[in-house]
Ligand binder design. Structure first.
Ligand code: URP
Ligand code: ZN
Ligand code: ZN
Ligand code: ZN
Length: 510
């Protein structure tokens, strides 16, 4: 069997399709070049019971240890995807990849952890968390949760504290778009930013002006533009730039760190660049689709082809892609996600007569590592150690799980990939591991190949075959107050004293 996982389809038998996956819990990866964000070195990596216990040259071991030869290859931390939607109910349907199929695809592409967005149930965070816990029961890799905030009252505020202190969630997402469903007001965003700050949780925004998008959509429909291209035309970059600027300024007003998800345009990127230059703690996350695609597919006369590219914010016209790559290579943007949110052709066809009904989302969880390598490293824009930083380490730092994740260090979890820079990859909808029937990267080829994926010390991807066990995945709790919060209290104190001095002068003068 070639590039499909063994128990594809329904039912998930509790077997591993005949594999006794890495029969020993001891593993030695020999002779590779170990890549970390901070350095590269030729060394062996020795793993016991899911933990890295030694990283040094010429490690000698007993016979019961499974050997993997990595000579001439890179050994690096498994990818961490900060932005996915598995089993998400959205726009009247549910994403076709769940916590098993999406994760299987991820592992085949060298990603060993993802962070998914819990959507509250009737505004309740606790109910949302319970629902996602259930969805995630079939997991086969590491996962964590962000939580969306979709309304505001005392109970939401209280539940945010429960999420942070008891449930291992340290980030909350605010949708400034999707009017009528997930969208929040500026008033709510402000309250949410204040609450995030007090809890040491990271505020994340989907930055598009949802009111203006709504108007833009009406404009297109009035003009008779109902096809997928209308989606992009109705929500141009200026609306992403506006919302990004607004969120950044509100975060500055509150003095709390901000994370802008799926930065798709020069407009948004330049707002982030400006804020960072001024010293503000703003993180910008481009996604693979924004980095390597342009909007040309949206104009394909074939609906199925065009609709597969519909996501929000939209994939922009050529030029934005290169600018986002440059921003990533210079540190203006810090890490790469996917926004993996798959709907098949049947689901996409809900919007055959009206682009507003096309479920928004594209694939990418399996393709991210290969496409980022090919686009950023092979083109000479970043180093191999930078690759580790933007696909794994920086995500682990931002969400406060470094160096347990995001590093090949003694004591770190053994989530490891062996990457062959001299091999090659090819992407196709028929060979990928996602359940969806299309792929926005269909036909792409490039240099480099994830040959082995190890998660929690178990080899789960080798020789183009997956050995995944539903239910073997691990929920990773993420503690609050990441490094982004360092110095926030000092800045607050400075601001207060800067206010008090002139006020005191004013009162003593009068
Ligand atoms: O089109 C997208 N991005 N779908 C997923 C939901 C979101 O906005 O992240
Ligand atoms: Zn098999
Ligand atoms: Zn979004
Ligand atoms: Zn998303």
């Amino acid at each position: 069997q070639s590039n499909q996982f063994c128990d594809a389809g329904v039912g998930y038998p509790e077997s591993t399709c005949g594999f006794s996956s890495s029969s020993s819990s001891k593993l030695l990866i020999k002779g590779g070049t170990v890549l970390n964000a901070h350095q590269q070195e030729v060394a062996d990596v020795y793993v016991e019971d899911g933990i890295i216990v030694a990283v040094k040259p010429n490690i000698k071991v007993d016979e019961d240890v499974t050997l993997l030869d990595a000579t001439g290859k890179y050994v690096m931390p498994g990818g961490i995807d900060p932005h996915t939607h598995l089993a998400m109910e959205f726009m009247g349907t549910e994403t076709i990849d769940d916590f098993f199929s999406g994760q299987a695809a991820a592992l085949a592409g060298g990603t060993t952890m993802h962070i998914d967005f819990v959507i509250p149930v009737n505004g309740s965070l606790v109910a949302g968390f319970e629902a996602y816990k259930k969805k995630a029961k079939k997991s086969c890799m590491n996962y964590g949760f962000h939580m969306a905030i979709t309304k505001w009252d005392e109970s939401v505020s209280r539940e945010m504290e429960i999420m942070v202190k008891e449930k291992g969630i340290n980030s909350f997402k605010f949708f400034m778009a999707y009017k009528g469903s997930l969208m929040i007001s500026d008033e709510l965003l402000l309250q949410g930013l204040e609450r995030c700050k007090s809890l040491g949780a990271l505020a994340m925004v989907h930055a598009e002006n949802g009111d203006a998008v709504f108007e833009g959509q009406k404009r297109m429909i009035d003009l008779g533009i109902t096809g997928p291209e209308g989606h992009a035309l109705s929500r141009p970059p200026v609306l992403e730039g506006e919302a990004t600027a607004r969120a950044i300024r509100l975060a500055k007003f509150v003095n709390t760190p901000l994370y802008v998800v799926h930065v798709m345009s020069i407009d948004a990127m330049e707002e982030i660049a400006r804020a960072r230059k001024s010293g503000q703690k703003v993180i910008g996350e481009p996604v693979v689709s924004g980095l390597v695609l342009n909007d040309s597919g949206l104009w394909d006369p074939d609906f199925v082809t065009a609709a597969k590219y519909v996501m929000s914010p939209p994939i922009r016209e050529s030029g934005h892609d290169k600018a986002l790559q440059a921003a990533l290579s210079t540190g203006v943007l810090q890490l790469v996600g996917t926004d993996h949110c798959t709907f098949n052709s049947t689901q996409k066809a809900f919007g055959i007569d009206d682009f507003r009904k096309i479920p928004n989302g594209v694939n990418g969880i399996e393709e991210r590592m290969h496409l980022v390598w090919d686009t950023m490293v092979e083109s000479g824009q970043i180093s191999v150690t930078d690759f580790v930083r933007i696909t794994s380490t920086e995500c682990a730092r931002i969400f406060n799980i470094y160096p347990r994740k995001g590093a090949i260090l003694v004591g770190s979890d053994a989530d490891i990939i062996i990457f062959n820079p001299n091999s090659s990859f090819e992407i196709s909808a028929s060979m990928h591991h996602s359940r969806t029937d299309t792929n926005v990267y269909d036909g792409r080829k490039g240099k480099g190949k994830v040959e082995v994926t190890i998660v929690g010390g178990r080899v789960v991807w080798q020789d183009n075959e997956l050995k995944v066990v539903p239910g073997s995945g691990k929920y990773i709790e993420m503690p609050p107050f990441s490094y982004l919060f360092n110095g926030i209290d000092k800045a607050d104190a400075k601001y207060l004293s800067s206010l008090q001095a002139p006020v005191k002068r004013y009162f003593t003068a009068s």
